[in-house]
Design a protein around this ligand. Structure first.
Ligand SMILES: *Cc1c(COP(=O)(O)O)cnc(C)c1O
Length: 388
């Protein structure tokens, strides 16, 4: 299943000569003849009475993968989060708690709905939100806790769901980076009131752009289904009759066709990510740094292998990123604390978030990255720690 395609040409503008080693992208999708075949079929035939075929099939495959009752394909992960929060009725005056270190996509939907993101510090070991800090931040306005499983690492779902229950809050999951991650037998994204995933081109499973909303809650599913279709309820007999203002965050049949092929290959895709991570873990052993954790009873999908230098190790992130650039290797900085961005300037800063961010970066990790290319990365990382 899924024979690899022939290598493409060098990207436009790339300066390539005999002595320049090939560029190592930080991520790129794994596309085989299966994806191409489904996409071509959707382009040729996926119209008229077949215009939803791949979308419905994709939603079913995703439900089966995750073990959730409902799935609604969306135009993006950000859109899926916004649909879910809107479905819970979150709006002006409400507060949603999330970790300070996060991609803006997790916070933006809260702001768009007129609610307030409340940022709390993260744990130094998982880089995900600290349950004690969450509990301390709860006010009478708090409506939800947004658990973002950063870089594949899992939030402490047992502690968070106990807090959510105690205070009558919704615990929701942004699992955009956590396909393949499992918390004590339950898949990331299947444990909260709802889960959201992204299929952006950098993610483990991709449709180019895309996302999905999942839930086990029948009533929430119906509300989000209506919201996702411009406020038009299923079963409404009148044509063009919205019952409320909704959203237009749908996935196209063309994107879903690629997604169906990716989901048939999902075990291979996650295994590719895990292979890359394990190679780095072995090759970087002994250096004063931490990589993505995988606590007992959990499994990490390792979307993005990330290194965090020990405090006091003298690690110079800019210098390593500069060396990567010289050697034609992509490096990515760790997310900035949201509280350091201009639009959240009024929020308090957090010691662990501030400290982590400057010591950390993501390593290249596409599914079929070769050992020889990973060795190029490892050599520069070892050099950065004075062990070259
Ligand atoms: C990628 C990502 C999103 C947003 O997904 P899009 O499909 O790009 O909208 C949301 N949250 C996290 C944690 C992400 O990594």
């Amino acid at each position: 299943m899924g024979r690899p395609l022939r290598r493409g040409r060098a990207p436009h503008g790339a300066v390539v000569n005999a002595t320049t080693p090939g560029r190592i992208f930080y991520t790129k999708p794994s596309i085989t003849e299966l994806e191409v075949r489904y996409a071509a079929d959707a382009a040729a035939n996926g119209w008229g009475e077949h215009c939803y075929d791949y979308i419905l099939r994709f939603e079913q495959q995703f439900r089966e993968h995750l073990g959730s009752r409902h799935a609604i394909a969306a135009s993006s992960g950000t859109g899926a989060i916004e649909l879910g929060l809107a479905g819970l009725g979150i709006g002006p005056g409400d507060e949603v708690i999330l970790g300070d270190i996060n991609w803006i996509a997790s916070a933006a939907p809260i702001v768009h709905l007129g609610a307030s993101p409340v940022l709390v510090d993260v744990r130094p070991d998982t880089w995900c939100l600290d349950p004690a800090a969450v509990e301390a931040a709860i006010t009478p306005r708090t409506r939800a806790i947004l658990a973002v499983h950063l870089y594949g690492n899992l939030c402490d779902m047992d502690a968070l769901s106990a807090i959510a229950q105690r205070h009558g809050l919704a615990l929701v999951e942004d699992a955009a980076e956590a396909i393949g991650s499992v918390w004590h037998g339950r898949r990331a994204g299947s444990m909260g009131a709802f889960g959201a995933f992204s299929f952006h081109g950098t993610k483990t499973v991709t449709t180019g752009e895309g996302g999905v909303f999942v839930t086990d809650d029948d009533a929430l599913y119906e509300r989000v289904l209506t919201l996702s279709n411009h406020g038009r309820a299923r079963g409404e007999a009148r044509q063009f009759w919205p019952e409320r203002i909704g959203f237009k965050f749908k996935m196209s049949n063309l994107q879903a066709a690629i997604g169906c092929a990716q989901l048939e290959r999902i075990d291979t895709l996650v295994a590719g990510k895990r292979r890359v991570f394990e190679y780095y873990r072995n090759a970087l052993a002994g250096l004063p740094l931490a990589l993505n954790p995988e606590p007992a009873g959990t499994r990490n999908g390792y979307w993005m292998p990330t290194l965090v230098a020990d405090p006091g190790s003298g690690f110079d992130r800019q210098r390593l990123l500069g060396r990567f650039a010289e050697e034609n290797i992509d490096g990515r900085v760790f997310f900035w604390p949201l509280s350091s961005l201009p639009m959240f300037a009024g929020q308090p800063r957090h010691a662990i978030s501030d400290s982590l961010s400057g010591r950390a970066l993501n390593l290249p990790s596409y599914h079929d990255l070769s050992s020889a290319d990973m060795d190029r990365v490892v050599r520069l990382v070892r050099e950065a720690f004075g062990d070259g």
